[in-house]
Design a protein around this ligand. Structure first.
Ligand code: KG4
Ligand code: ZN
Length: 342
């Protein structure tokens, strides 16, 4: 089975071919990702209109590169899978329309994929994980804990009631004058900082409610920065370190709750696992905290390679394969409309 995947829901234009043959492990034959970070950097965040135009310009070439890299021709592809939501509607239209055109011209079925399903199933592509498992998705747009029970069978156990975690990193960076994208720069500055200098709040910590919240923390950072302004490099480093410590602590608390719930709901699962996905999962302090929580609770900690944790099309192609082999590819999705809030 060979599936061409296309991803354009945010600021990455991506195409990939993934193959699954017989009983062997799946193989990523190509994985081409063009990031638009430079186009958006001047604005300190993703500008939807710029993103849509950049996808239009790049996508044909990216699909061609994915086919060339994989040495698979369009004829040999079994289906075309494209992200149909959630995301920025302009980008979704570009990706889904392109996929429909390719599928129609090559006479192949089209599979409409939910971007979050792509993230949720990646650990099966990279680590061959069995259902059920727990997923923590922490990106610029999403902060969720999901019980992944099967293909198309996802239960959201927690979400953010305000900002996404990546957004909180990006806004904190902006407040402190660090460049976009904020997350990696906050982590870099934090390495030279004193995490105990500021006692920032640990939002929701200890709360019986499962969800996340980060806007209060953001406000606390702004207040601290305003009080001590003008900020020296050391002040910035200390704020970043203290912010990161607060985030890791709050996240660890939320995750520990979910691990306990998983134990209760799936008592027969022999080797339970927590999978992380999303750009924020690159953060070493956060990773270490989660790893410690997992080890304490007897869970395996699975962090797929960063390239497959952030937005890419291999996860979309793989979700297409999962749906095909489960008989869940749906009707040929030629009339499927993009759903930005899917
Ligand atoms: O998954 P991703 O590449 O794109 C989507 O949002 O879909 O995630 C990007 C987010 C940005 O908010 C970025 O600041 C954050 O992930 N990020 C990080 C780190 N690297 C990326 N946040 C904290 N620490 C990092 N090292
Ligand atoms: Zn994503």
């Amino acid at each position: 089975m060979r599936v061409l995947g296309i991803e354009t829901s945010c600021d990455e234009t991506a195409a990939s071919i993934v193959a699954l043959d017989g009983g062997s492990a799946p193989e990523i034959l190509s994985n081409v990702v063009l990031s638009q970070i430079e186009e958006h950097a001047a604005f300190g965040g993703v500008v939807p209109e710029i993103a849509a135009r950049a996808h239009v310009e790049a996508l044909d070439g990216i699909v061609e590169a994915a086919l060339t890299d994989s040495a698979v021709s369009l004829d040999e592809v079994d289906a075309v899978a494209a992200t149909a939501g959630p995301g920025l509607v302009g980008g979704l239209i570009v990706g889904l329309m392109t996929a429909k055109a390719i599928a129609a011209a090559a006479n192949k079925p089209l599979i409409a994929i939910n971007h979050l399903e792509g993230h949720a199933l990646t650990a099966r592509l990279t680590d061959g994980l069995d259902f059920p498992y727990l997923l923590l998705l922490v990106s610029g747009g999403h902060t969720q804990i999901v019980a992944v029970r099967g293909v198309g069978d996802y239960q959201r156990w927690a979400t953010t009631i305000d900002d996404a975690l990546g957004e909180a990193f990006d806004k904190t960076a902006k407040m402190l004058g660090l460049p976009y994208p904020g997350g990696p720069n906050v982590e870099k500055a934090a390495a030279k900082g004193d995490a105990s200098r500021f006692a920032f709040p640990r939002p929701m910590k200890g709360s019986a409610q499962p969800d996340f919240s980060f806007s209060g923390l953001k406000t606390a950072v702004r207040q601290a920065a305003t009080v001590i302004a003008p900020l020296s490099d050391q002040d910035v480093a200390d704020i970043c370190a203290s912010f990161q410590a607060a985030v890791a602590d709050a996240l660890g608390d939320r995750v520990a709750r979910a691990l306990a719930r998983f134990r209760k709901e799936f008592p027969d699962k022999a080797k339970p696992a927590l999978v992380v996905a999303g750009g924020v999962a690159a953060n070493r302090t956060i990773k270490a905290t989660l790893e410690a929580r997992c080890s304490k609770a007897g869970f395996a900690f699975v962090a797929p390679p960063q390239k497959l944790c952030t937005d890419n099309a291999a996860m979309i192609a793989w979700a297409g394969i999962e749906r095909l082999r489960a008989g869940m590819a749906g009707e040929n999705a030629a009339d499927f409309a993009p759903r930005s809030r899917w």
